[in-house]
Write a new protein. Structure first.
Length: 312
């Protein structure tokens, strides 16, 4: 019996034999507990009349408010336009961004000249490492009334007068989706290229012997081979439908395009940090988290049923 391999977790035995490893793990556990679990007590603000400036009571001693913050949120005239903008930008970004990124990765995988392939990869994923302050500021300059985009369009006689891309609300979704795609298409392609590298190369050789061209090999070998990776990224995209890239929206947002650029994240920032309504901002964040969890579970369940692939 003593020579058999131990199975399962046994607290006393594992503590004695793995004491050094557990000590090394302790700082990370403390870090997660302090910065991830301890702040969860602040969620009580969503259910209490907490006043951080004028009030003298703390979070735990404030009175319960019978869900007034949630009621006020749903009756706020900004709520539904804010939800529409959040879902609209994220949904269109996913519907456009995921297929475009997959197609780009498939085409990049077919490039046989290694130096040219490396050059294209470097150029396309380099913007990912630029902050949105720099990248967004560059596009603000390019898209203004005297920027190169308007100059080229007028020189080509496609427009008669400059287009106010960031001053007219109807263009904001397109600008947000386009700039987000340009910034992250190269980085997203890396994930698919890594998945493609794991596909059995003998399948390509056998398909080539059978007369399958590059397009057929893409559809019948490459895409099925990277389908698990695609589904995981789709699940992440669905679960993040209520999470915008705050920095991107904040940089591109201005009072003129606010009707189409106000999203949940920027509203939480304005409500919580600028207006000091911490309780209302907490209620919005908690509500968003609950719906994100439901979307995650729903997307994972649907993926399991359709493709037998999921996160859990």
């Amino acid at each position: 019996m003593s020579s058999q391999k131990r199975k399962g977790f046994r607290l006393g035995y594992d503590f004695r034999t793995q004491f050094e490893l557990l000590i090394m793990l302790l700082p990370a556990v403390l870090f997660i507990f302090i910065f991830d679990f301890t702040p969860l007590f602040g969620l009580l603000m969503a259910f209490k009349n907490f006043e951080p400036i004028m009030g003298i009571k703390g979070i735990f001693t404030s009175e319960w408010n019978d869900f007034q913050h949630f009621t006020r949120l749903f009756t706020n005239f900004q709520f539904w336009p804010m939800v529409r903008n959040t879902l609209g930008i994220n949904l269109l970004s996913a519907l456009i961004g995921i297929p475009v990124t997959v197609i780009f990765a498939l085409l990049l995988n077919e490039i046989k000249h290694h130096k040219f392939k490396s050059f294209v990869q470097t150029v396309t994923y380099l913007p990912h490492f630029l902050s949105w302050v720099i990248f967004g500021g560059l596009f603000i300059t390019l898209l203004n009334s005297t920027g190169i985009v308007n100059v080229l369009l007028m020189e080509l006689n496609l427009i008669d007068k400059p287009i106010q891309f960031l001053a007219d609300p109807k263009y904001f979704w397109g600008v947000a989706i386009g700039t987000g795609l340009l910034k992250d298409i190269g980085w997203g392609a890396i994930l698919y290229l890594a998945a493609m590298a794991g596909v059995d190369q003998s399948l390509y050789e056998a398909a080539a012997i059978d007369g399958a061209g590059r397009i057929k090999r893409m559809f019948h070998i490459t895409i099925p081979g990277i389908l698990p990776t695609m589904m995981v990224l789709i699940i992440f995209a669905v679960s993040g439908m209520l999470n915008n890239n705050f920095t991107q929206i904040f940089v591109l947002q201005n009072p003129l395009n606010l009707p189409m650029s106000q999203v949940i994240d920027t509203y939480v920032y304005q409500t919580g940090l600028l207006q000091f309504q911490f309780a209302s901002a907490t209620a919005i964040g908690l509500l968003k988290t609950v719906f994100a969890l439901l979307l995650l579970v729903g997307a994972n369940t649907l993926s399991r049923k359709l493709t037998k692939t999921g996160l859990f």
